[in-house]
Design a protein. Structure first.
Length: 395
């Protein structure tokens, strides 16, 4: 295949390989230097160095072709990079997170293009390097004391946002993988994996695939009910109900680095979850819902009012929320809203998410979140300027 004015498209694949080898190696060098000079962590520095050398050494057999196709002066991405501030860094954690993401994205690109270049085994080598980098990232952040920062950054995704939940039964014949792919493509930032009927092995296999998808795109993955499954899949968090393992035991299992959410159905349960150290809580069901068996009666908008004024942690409004009644929960102060069948059952998931997001945006811009005194600062929790802690000190 020949591109107009550019020669064979297959030759341009070497240019892509060259660019991504450089991206991955440069990102690893930044991390290696941080581990070596900032943390005095010789072991981590050495492991990052070995990975960096593996990234470069594996393409030596066709390095001449890569160098031949290199054309930095004509790279259209350079001009775009010079005009944006998306790569600004405000902390050491952001520096580390950005460079690990750079490495992982580059190696995924290498995998894909090497496959269509007929170098399948080499593609699998870079896949292994990518998964090694996920483990290194976790250890790097723990050693550098970044675990709390990572969790703090993840929690920002709750404000404001759409909290999507899988439900294959209601997905119109589509698999959870297909639905999650559509959600991610539409820009959703939080996805909960919830399947009640499948075997644990089926759930594990799906979670591993979804973790790969969400990990590559920076999307938060929460696993419903099962702390063990969340840990095994490397999820960002676990969501538990009132009849699951106690919150304090789940925290013992997961450690402080994992997000834990708790379903609550009353002010009393909300206060107990906050006292127990929940990172966020679910408030609902706001309306009647049929997506779960043995679900309790709707708690109504009054319980949501309580959360807006008194709960000092992020909360998610859930239960029977559809696009047609979305304005009711938003106008009462909810900022993060969970939807199940409204999204997974939509014929066009991306279009549905876009429509919901536009509606949320209009309400936010009209300051309707402040109807009950919710501060303009933008918290989805608490009615006071300090995130609701004044009203929730006794929670």
């Amino acid at each position: 295949m020949v591109l107009k004015g550019m020669g064979r498209v297959e030759d341009k694949f070497f240019r892509i390989v060259d660019a991504n080898i450089n991206r991955a190696a440069e990102g690893l060098r930044v991390l290696e230097d941080y581990a070596r000079f900032c943390n005095n962590d010789g072991d981590m520095s050495e492991r990052l160095k070995r990975l960096r050398h593996a990234v470069r050494d594996n393409i030596m057999s066709f390095l001449p072709e890569c160098l031949k196709e290199r054309d930095s002066t004509a790279d259209t991405g350079f001009g775009i990079s010079m005009e944006t501030r998306l790569d600004a860094r405000a902390s050491p954690f952001e520096l580390a997170a950005a460079n690990f993401k750079r490495v992982q994205e580059a190696m995924r690109a290498l995998e894909e293009f090497l496959k269509i270049m007929g170098k399948y085994e080499l593609a699998k080598t870079y896949e292994k390097c990518r998964f090694d980098s996920y483990s290194l990232e976790k250890e790097f952040c723990a050693a550098a004391g970044f675990e709390g920062e990572g969790k703090k950054a993840k929690m920002k995704l709750f404000d404001p946002g759409i909290y999507c939940i899988t439900a294959e039964k209601y997905s119109g014949g589509r698999s959870n993988i297909d639905v999650v792919k559509a959600m991610i493509g539409a820009g959703v930032r939080i996805i909960q994996y919830r399947e009640k009927e499948k075997s644990m092995l089926e759930k594990y296999r799906e979670c591993i695939k979804i973790r790969e998808m969400t990990g590559e795109t920076g999307v938060l993955l929460i696993v419903n009910d099962h702390a063990d499954l969340a840990l095994a899949a490397g999820a960002d968090g676990v969501h538990i109900g009132q009849d699951d393992l106690p919150l304090e035991k789940v925290r013992e299992l997961t450690g402080d680095g994992m997000i834990i959410g708790v379903s609550t159905h009353s002010p009393e349960q909300a206060r107990a979850a906050v006292r127990g150290g929940a990172d966020y809580i679910g408030i609902g069901p706001i309306y009647r819902t049929f997506t779960k068996k043995d679900v309790c009666e709707p708690v109504g908008l009054e319980c949501l009012d309580y959360a807006v004024k008194n709960v000092p942690v992020p909360f998610v409004a859930i239960g029977g929320i559809k696009e047609h009644n979305l304005h009711e929960v938003l106008e009462r102060g909810a900022r993060c809203v969970a939807m199940v069948t409204e999204i997974v059952g939509a014929e066009d998931i991306a279009a549905k998410i876009l429509s919901i997001r536009e509606k949320m945006g209009r309400i936010v811009s009209n300051d309707l979140y402040n109807a009950d005194g919710c501060g303009k600062e933008g918290n989805n929790y608490g009615a006071n300027g300090d995130g609701g802690r004044q009203g929730g000190e006794n929670a």
